[in-house]
Design a protein around this ligand. Sequence first.
Ligand code: GLU
Length: 603
Amino acid sequence: MIPSLPGLRRALGLSLGLLVAACTHQPSPEPLPRPSQPEAASGWQAKPGWQLQRQAVAAANPLAAEAGRQILAAGGSALDAAIAVQMVLGLVEPQSSGLGGGAFLLHWDGQRLDAWDGRETAPQAADEALFLTAEGRPMAFMEAVVGGRAVGVPGVLKMLEAAHRAHGRLPWATLFAPAIELAEQGFAVSPRLHQLLAADAHLRRDPAAAAFYYRADGSPLPVGHVLRNPALAAVLRDIARDGSAAFYRGAVARDIVRRVRQHPGNPGRLQLADLQGYRPLRREALCQLWLAQYRVCGFPPPSSGLITQMQILGLLEQLPKPVPPLEDGRPSAEFLHRYSEAAKLAFADRAQYLADPDFVAPPAGDWRSLLAPAYLKQRASLIGERSMANASHGVPGGAPLAWAPQADQEEYGTSHISIVDARGNALAMTSSIEQAFGARLLSDGGSGLPGGFLLNNQLTDFALAPRDDQGRPVANRVEPGKRPRSSMSPTLVFDAKGGRLLASLGAPGGAGIIHFNAKTLLGLYQWQLDAQRAIDLPNFTNFNGPTVLEAGRFPPATLDALRARGHQVSEGELPSGLQAIQRNARGWFGGADPRREGVVLGE
Ligand code: GLU
């Protein structure tokens, strides 16, 4: 299953050998029909789970995980490895993340927990009408996505650079060697990349992307095709040498701006000054006590991830009866009923309150009001024996109702990385260009060479409709310089008493991330499964509307039992892409999602 990587190993050996030496240092709106998957499914490949002793890298592609493993083996820190992994992911899994996107990184150095925010920002020239048509109606989702309009200022690179200053051990340039070598020598197109290229109707409309990812007859590059990316190699070389300035200024920045502003059908408003002015932020992580024993930590707003996933788990904990055990290895109808009801309540609050904290005040002055036990208890009392259909938001801490709730909206291309190193550092990082293939704009960095990196469409994570019928603003509407609300939820779990790190996990999947993470946490700590078995559990989602179950994974009796309680139930593919590393008696045990191409490597 793991391809042999002699070329990469040779390349890394060489590059690292040369470079390592220098190292020192109200009612909710009607939910829209929701497509079942953020990125299309590409099949199921059983994964064994990986037992490691000292250090581990979990990533969505074997070449990326291998780059991280080698950086760790060369004495790099978890953060060093994450940079190498991210740079390779941008090459081999271009549909999901890369230089043109943003990321949230949760980092633990053994003592201190940091939430590094590399989320995209809205350009200064953007305003709340960005996604409104001339008639004042919100654009159709894909109309908004494809082109320059939804491109936010990319944040991942500058965030990683800032985090490297704080947590890196190897020199910056070293960390780019694996991706540069692979970009120059070529990598084999994976089955998943091939399938997503085949399925995508929009990428081929970008001339640069069409020439690079498709053949002259319009067919996608076949599985195993050795793809070189000289344009990306050139950009990475410049960044390795000159730092993030090589991306945020000069020819690369000019090329990004030109492609965004000159898109023929759907131009955007990005300017050079937006790129030059991008600032990553170091935020305080949010942590929540769960099941009395665990401190579950994650990203504060602008992500809704931790708050919503812990609201769901906290609501379940407040219910009088304990969470039912698995039945035949699957969550029971009784559990799914309660879970769906809790999810509806949590997603109603998410739609009402969650947005960039630099623009929007938290309810009752503190985001933790949404997780306060008394509030959760009161909300949990709304869960009965029958389905409530749709939930309305609550009023935590008596917060006044300033906002209109955001209508349900699609959220989609993302990748998760979990790493632990032998020195006690650990991280969870979720990285995204939003949709699969983002805005469908490929930048060659101005080099004129084939290939490059894709630009994000992260601004469609803002509400497309900024106000409700009464003119009340939605908290998560577009404003200049604002970060769109996210669902990305890199998560670290600690022992509440001793403070030891127990697990690192996360997933792609748009708003589904919240459910995929919640499922994995329940699997690990409520049902006592190992990380692989927890990830393997069938997926289930509810976004304050229908309950969606992973197709073919639940018996008809489960669907019938839910319908009998009043649930609208459907089946969908729900291809999650989870990655998790958990501490066990022998060291670290890693799991990767059988629904995608991830592996866990280490020693
Ligand atoms: N854009 C989404 C977010 O930030 C992630 C999309 C995905 O996971 O596919 O929440």
